[in-house]
Design a protein around this ligand. Structure first.
Ligand code: ZN
Length: 132
């Protein structure tokens, strides 16, 4: 039951995207460790051939990175997206990161070169000139 609540929170809970992404990575890591632990219990890492262990470990790693890459969180409201297609958050309309391994956000004209004037939102620097 706690696991379901946790997954629901990750998917829907309102929290900063960066925080949730960190939590999500932690839970994936915990799951990964748990799976390896279960495997150890059943002797998968000791009573099998080296090739089999290698393949199993590789498959687990692949799944882990697949999730890390595929699952994105809205940077402003923290909504989880399991699909790489939508460029914006369905709940609050904020731009989403390009994929799960980056915080870089997709912009309206992504193929055209960047307009540096548009990208003033993130680093709050003092030397950026007068503030309106
Ligand atoms: Zn959102």
């Amino acid at each position: 039951m706690a696991g379901i609540a946790w997954i629901w929170f990750l998917a829907r809970g309102r929290m900063r995207g960066a925080t949730k992404r960190a939590l999500f990575r932690l839970s994936l890591l915990a799951l990964f460790a748990a799976l390896i632990g279960i495997g150890a219990d059943r002797g998968l890492w000791t009573h099998t051939s080296l090739g089999f262990r290698f393949m199993l470990f590789g498959a687990l790693l692949l799944v882990e990175f697949g999730y890390l890459y595929l699952i994105r969180f809205c940077p402003s409201c923290g909504r989880m997206m399991r699909n790489l297609r939508p460029p914006t958050c369905p709940r609050c309309g904020a731009w989403l990161p390009i994929h799960g391994m980056t915080a870089r956000v997709r912009r309206p004209g992504d193929d055209r070169s960047w307009d540096p004037m548009e990208k003033r939102a993130r680093p709050p620097r003092q030397s950026d000139g007068p503030r309106a």
